[in-house]
Design a protein around this ligand. Structure first.
Ligand code: PMP
Length: 433
């Protein structure tokens, strides 16, 4: 968003925007067509994503969106990518436009092993990798192959809304484990597992985002990492490690992924969405050998094969372009935006609020005093010209939350400051009420 747009004067509240939020908040707008009776029970559990609704609204001119966590793509070498895409189609078009292997191309799986080596996973080999339509699809496949309706998955509280939607669509029970400033608390994880297993529940996996959790920005401390895996291993529970932001660390020391020292216990999911381009929908799972056959078959049954042209374009990017240098550029850019966000929060936020200070990734998590529900504040924030995501979106129950997520990835520093300045009076009023 340019400075000009920001200064464009009073913000008009788009009536459709409010309608969309209200529609998302209620299921009362159902059409009464007889076909409705044909839906599966599963379909009733597929929720409209609050993030997507707000994402659409936040495209309106005049609004500062601190809602959507889109990566900032302007620094990508578009002309070189255009030439690479043209060359692939001109020279290898019949392969690029054809079906490919269900696991993805060998070339890209080999390169993905190099990307994971940059994260500290040194033993990955191409046959242990399956390429998926974003890591979203890797989560879906994992849930499909491990979970029956009524099974339990453990998640951090809060956690990624897209994963919650997947789990709920498969009629899985989602059990939360609290985090502190150092991430998931091992003792609480252990106690939760014991209580659930004593109650006869079938826990299949822990879904965790150890680096710069979406939405909280919190990182699981190094000294807790092995303990978390050990607790799960002892209870025969898999770990699903989701790490799309790991390479986007701009402060502190890089930490080994959970998968690095635990190849048999962790399914690791990665993605090119945050380090390259989300529109290509290329992610992957690194799967322990004993789980591969069914995992790969299930992945194939969803998409037949990952998109061939897009895989070839990612391969060309990784082999012909300085992708590590590009990640450095991203780190610098997101560090600057994170600093702008934290400075604006310091300057404008009312007493009684607090927020996280991420070492990487895209998000800051703001906490209001207990008892304040941030959901109704969204409408007021839109009226004030700023959009955020209410905390309730990141919990399985959608129960009232005194938290909210602010994303700084896609917004220039001056607009971040302006957005926080607009948000402050909305929160101040809520705190005074
Ligand atoms: N996991 C997390 C934690 C995310 O934040 C996102 C995207 N916002 C995804 C997975 C999905 O990423 P992809 O584009 O690879 O499907």
């Amino acid at each position: 968003m340019s400075h000009e747009t920001l200064d464009a004067g009073a913000v008009q509240l788009p009536a459709e925007a409010i309608d969309a939020i209200e529609r998302a908040a209620t299921s009362a707008h159902r059409a009464a067509h007889p076909h409705e009776a044909l839906f599966s029970e599963r379909a009733a559990n597929i929720k409209q994503s609050a993030v997507r609704d707000v994402f659409d609204i936040s495209m309106r001119p005049g609004l500062v969106s601190l809602a959507g966590g889109s990566p900032y793509l302007q620094s990508l070498p578009l002309e070189r990518l255009a030439a690479a895409a043209a060359s692939i189609i001109a020279n290898e078009g019949l392969t690029a436009l054809q079906y490919g292997g269900g696991q993805g191309t060998e070339e890209l799986r080999t390169q993905i092993c190099e990307v994971m080596a940059a994260e500290g996973i040194l033993d990955a080999v191409p046959q242990n990798v399956v390429i998926t339509a974003g890591s979203q699809s890797a989560q879906d496949v994992a849930t499909k192959v491990f979970c029956n309706p009524g099974d339990v998955v453990l998640v951090e509280n809060p956690t990624y809304v897209g994963a919650l939607n997947t789990f709920e669509a498969y009629q899985v029970e989602v059990a939360t484990v609290e985090m502190d400033d150092d991430g998931l608390v091992p003792e609480l994880l252990e106690a939760r597992i014991a209580a659930l297993q004593t109650a006869g529940k079938n826990i299949k996996f822990l879904y965790t985002i150890p680096n710069f959790n979406n939405p909280s920005g919190i990182t699981l401390a190094g000294e807790r990492r092995q303990r978390v895996v050990d607790i799960c291993r002892n209870a025969n529970i898999l770990v699903l490690e989701d790490n799309p932001y790991g390479l986007l660390r701009y402060k502190g020391t890089p930490l080994e992924p959970l998968r690095a020292a635990n190849p048999a216990d962790v399914i690791y999911m990665g993605s090119f969405s945050k380090i390259f381009a989300p529109g290509l929908r290329i992610g992957w799972a690194l799967v322990p050998e004993h789980l591969q056959r069914r995992y790969y078959l299930a992945s194939e049954s969803v998409t037949l094969c990952p998109p061939t042209l897009n895989q070839m374009l990612v391969s060309a990017y990784l082999s012909d372009y300085d992708w590590k240098g590009q990640i450095e550029t991203y780190r610098g850019l997101y560090a600057e935006r994170c600093t702008a966000m934290l400075a604006a929060l310091d300057e404008y936020m009312p007493a009684g609020t607090s927020w996280t200070s991420p070492e990487g990734g895209f998000f800051v998590w703001v906490t209001l005093p207990a008892g304040v529900d941030t959901y109704p504040l969204l409408q007021k924030a839109i009226e004030a010209g700023v959009v955020f995501i209410p905390g309730a979106a990141f919990t399985p129950s959608d129960s009232p939350s005194n938290k909210l997520r602010l994303a700084f990835s896609a917004v220039p520093p001056d607009a971040i400051k302006e957005g926080v300045r607009r948000l402050a009076p909305v929160l101040r009023e809520a705190l005074a009420a």
